[in-house]
Design a protein around this ligand. Structure first.
Ligand SMILES: Cc1cc2nc3c(=O)[nH]c(=O)nc-3n(C[C@H](O)[C@H](O)[C@H](O)COP(=O)(O)O)c2cc1C
Length: 215
């Protein structure tokens, strides 16, 4: 006779069908109602994030929750300037670059909550050789990404919309300076969060036979 994890732990049973439907229905949401999110809800999302697995259980994730409009504005303007320079150097039309900058500014400043997700190597193992040091760093990145996915799924389960945005990865020094982050925190991305003002685009997934090998 087999036992489920929930039976072994004495926790209530999870409806696997409900969970599957919930996680496959999640979509990135980029437009929000201007309605604040209660602190206890934000803390629940962060607790869900921190429940993620992590390499050696070192929990290399760190979060900066931004509610203050002036921080959102400064962050969006500064990251937008870098985006404009990068896109112009890609050779795209200046009007198109400007439109991208505007879009990213609106998304960030239009979100009731912005959570910058950071990585710290503080508690990770240290190696003198490059291959193992690199693998350890990748393990920290993987752990932080798992926390981010937990946060996205929990937000969706709470009826909120959210989207991971990569801009901080290209602007780590700027983000660190504006938010006065501890020097060991490396910004990895940010999550915009709020009550959804749109359904989210239907983004299809590749079929399993394209992404899975069975041996
Ligand atoms: C690491 C990562 C970086 C992302 N960066 C951005 C971004 O900068 N801007 C954006 O609009 N969406 C971003 N996304 C969201 C993806 O575009 C989105 O997850 C993907 O298109 C699939 O759509 P779905 O989340 O609605 O299923 C990012 C997602 C991930 C995981």
């Amino acid at each position: 006779m087999t036992h489920s994890f929930q039976e072994l732990n004495g926790s209530p049973p999870v409806d696997a069908r409900w969970f599957f439907d919930t996680l496959t229905a999640r979509r990135s949401i980029r437009d929000f109602e201007s309605v604040p999110i209660a602190t206890e809800v934000i803390e629940r999302l962060l607790t869900a994030a921190c429940s993620a697995p992590s390499a050696h259980n070192r929990q290399p994730w760190r979060f900066c929750v931004i509610l203050d409009e002036s921080y959102k504005d400064r962050l969006a303007r500064s990251m937008g300037e870098v985006l404009r320079i990068d896109r112009l150097s890609d050779g795209i039309d200046p009007d198109e670059a400007q439109a991208e900058v505007h879009r990213s500014y609106d998304r960030l400043t239009g979100a009731p909550v912005v959570i910058v997700i950071c990585l710290t190597m503080e508690d990770m193992d240290r190696y003198l050789d490059e291959p193992r040091a690199h693998a350890e760093y990748l393990m920290a990145v993987q752990s932080v990404a798992m926390a981010g996915e937990n946060l996205l799924l929990m937000a969706h389960t709470e009826g909120l919309g959210a989207c991971w945005m990569c801009a901080p990865l290209f602007t780590q020094d700027i983000v660190t300076e504006i938010l006065d982050l501890p020097s060991s925190w490396e910004p990895q991305g940010l999550i915009i969060l709020g009550h959804p003002a749109q359904e989210g685009r239907d983004r299809s997934r590749m079929p399993l036979d394209r992404v899975v090998l069975w041996r």
